[in-house]
Structure formats: structure tokens, C-alpha cells
Design a protein. Structure first.
Length: 256
């Protein structure tokens, strides 16, 4: 019980931060034609801002189930990597059904807090950690969906832009720090524009496949650049090491 309470306290700041973001999602979902009930169920069962935004956008566009599944997988792929990492942090003897339960509550912020723990993460601690953020995300979505009926159409449109602004605020600082991130983001934007506006090619955007191709292509380019630079660095280190060894060998021979 003490571990559960400690998790609740750790998760409270995340809960408070989630409410305004999910509030905006609730407004956007209702604006796109979803009921308050559906928006709330989507929030409590997904709790993935980018995944949920992608989902409601693809549904409204009439995307196929395959397209919806693939785009959601690509957008939320980082959660699988976080899950792999957390397997090294949670208690080794934790039963599989408890692992499955806490897997439903993995997100960026909770992953960071769990990873910073000095000891193995217990099931009770993570259960408490995920309870408050899920409650905050669901409550914010419900409040936004219900409050949307009180706003004028113009104000709803303005609030709907807030979620997109949030993603821009996430990308821009990272792009300013890293040229690779900036290049990958720029390529994704260019490809997305091509698949949206270029005649005969924009047919891909109707089923959501344009976004899939743009995201995977940009990510593949970034991974390729990183791998090429890594191999070049290893090659230079190998050449430098061989040169030093050769120099030592020549020096030894000269003394003989």
C-alpha cells in the first residue's frame, strides 16, 4: 500500500499537466463529429495524444482499417521500445498478467519516472503511478467534450489548433538542437505536402497511406544518416588505432 501511495504522489504532476492537453483533444473530437461518450472512452482506453489525434483524423478522412492500424502503430511505436526498456527495471518475478496491466499505462512521462527509480519498480508503485495520469487524461477529455457545446464555432476552431501547436512546440526545440532532427522533420513535411497536393499522387492521402510513407521514409533517412556516421566514426577510429600501432612498431624496429 505504501508503494501504491508513493506512485500516486509521483503521478500527480503528470495528471495536472495532462488535463489541459486532453481538454483540447475533447473539444477537437466533438468538433469532428464524435460524441462526448466516444471521446471519453477513447481517452481512457488509449491515453496517447498523438495516437488519438491520428485516429480521429484518419476516421474522419475515411481511412481503411489497415491504414488506421499502420499509422497508429508507427505513431505509437516508441511505446514498444519503452516497454522493452522497462522489462529491465521492473521486478524480475512480476507475473505476466501484472506486466500486461501496467503495459496499458506506459507513456513518456511515466516511463521517465519509472526509469529514474533507484530500485526495481514494483507492480504496486507503477499501478499508483499510472492511476493519476489516466484519471487526469480522461477527466480533461470529458470536460473538453462537454464544454465544447458552450463555445462558439470560432472559439472551437481556435481550441482545435492548440493540439497541433503542442506538437509543433515539441518538434521545434529538438530541431533547433539537432540538424538531423530538423532534416528528418523537413523531409516528412515535404513528402506529406507532395502526397496531399500533387495531382495523381495525392490519391494516397485519401486512405492515410501518404502519411505512412512520409513518416517511414523520413525516419528511415534519419536512421540511415546516423548509421553511416557511426560507421565512419568506427572506421576513422580503426585507422587511427592502426596508424598508432604501426608507429609504435616502426619505432621499436628502429631501436633494434
Amino acid at each position: 500500500m505504501n508503494e501504491f501511495r508513493r506512485g500516486l504522489k509521483k503521478g500527480m504532476p503528470i495528471c495536472l499537466g495532462y488535463i489541459p492537453v486532453s481538454f483540447t483533444f475533447g473539444i477537437l473530437a466533438v468538433k469532428l463529429g464524435f460524441s462526448s461518450f466516444v471521446a471519453t472512452i477513447m481517452a481512457i482506453s488509449n491515453m496517447a495524444s498523438a495516437g488519438q489525434l491520428n485516429g480521429i483524423t484518419r476516421i474522419v478522412e475515411g481511412a481503411t482499417f489497415a491504414s488506421l492500424a499502420i499509422t497508429t502503430l508507427v505513431v505509437n511505436l516508441r511505446y514498444m521500445l519503452m516497454s522493452f526498456s522497462l522489462t529491465q527495471k521492473i521486478e524480475p518475478n512480476m507475473p505476466w498478467y501484472k506486466r500486461c496491466l501496467i503495459a496499458c499505462g506506459i507513456c513518456d512521462e511515466m516511463f521517465v519516472l519509472a526509469s529514474m527509480e533507484d530500485k526495481d519498480v514494483s507492480f504496486e508503485f507503477y499501478l499508483g503511478l499510472m492511476t493519476m495520469p489516466i484519471a487526469g487524461w480522461t477527466l480533461g477529455t470529458l470536460l473538453g467534450a462537454v464544454a465544447s457545446s458552450l463555445f462558439t464555432p470560432m472559439l472551437q476552431g481556435c481550441m482545435g489548433m492548440a493540439l497541433y501547436c503542442m506538437f509543433i512546440a515539441i518538434i521545434v526545440p529538438e530541431a533547433r538542437k539537432s540538424r538531423k532532427v530538423a532534416a528528418v522533420s523537413a523531409l516528412a513535411i515535404v513528402l506529406s505536402c507532395i502526397f496531399t497536393y500533387v495531382p495523381d499522387v495525392n490519391i494516397l492521402s485519401k486512405g492515410g497511406w501518404g502519411m505512412i510513407i512520409a513518416a517511414i521514409s523520413a525516419a528511415a533517412m534519419g536512421a540511415t544518416i546516423k548509421e553511416v556516421k557511426r560507421r565512419r566514426k568506427i572506421a576513422r577510429a580503426t585507422i587511427d588505432s592502426a596508424g598508432r600501432d604501426k608507429g609504435k612498431y616502426t619505432h621499436t624496429i628502429s631501436h633494434l
